[in-house]
Design a protein around this ligand. Sequence first.
Ligand code: AMP
Length: 222
Amino acid sequence: MVTRALDVVLLGPPGAGKGTQAKRLAEAFGVLHVSTGDLLRDEVARSSGLGLEAKAFMNRGELVPDEVVGRMLLKRLHSQQASLGCVYDGYPRTAQQAHLLDGLLAELNRRIDVAVFIDVPDEELVGRMTGRRSCPSCNAVYHLTAHPPKGGEKCDACGTSLVQREDDHEGVIRERLRVYKEATAPLLDFYRARGILREVNGIGTPGAVHGLLRDGMRSVKK
Ligand code: AMP
């Protein structure tokens, strides 16, 4: 039996929980989790050419140019692990990126099957992001009060010292929210017009939100 690939876009403001949910969904469906934020942070950590290009934009809370992120996405999409499909987390963020993704998938005889919007109000987002700590080694994410690591500020999974993302400081967070509203929120209408947008309430435990996401995706036609 030949199964068609499954491609899912997760939309939502920074801090909505896209990373956590994307990881769980990708595991549940056996597809690849593609986080452009994680891929960019890896490039920055390795001081690659692409990382050096991206770093200043990221630290200011601005978007990295479409062309730079597009190059990185292309490489990922053409990898063997992406052949069964992907959950896209943090991509697309602009109309141009949405069109690029459509084009890349069309070349592979695929299309976005569903886009899910994780809805969280602004006042909740700032608290979530300022308390966020992440593992630079395995990308596990914690929150100082909502999901604290067990042993001080060390990763439960691999023991690495946790870090606060440079762009999780309040001034940068406000800029990221502004950029989200201006450039990314309009994509909701783009996928809504296609009839593939689902919306879930992102307030709740990660498990509860995961349940809502799975329910919302039940009607997806493959
Ligand atoms: P994230 O981890 O998704 O919140 O992304 C962190 C930062 O990486 C963003 O604030 C942007 O500077 C950059 N970034 C991630 N994904 C993209 C994208 N699709 N387009 C442009 N910049 C991105």
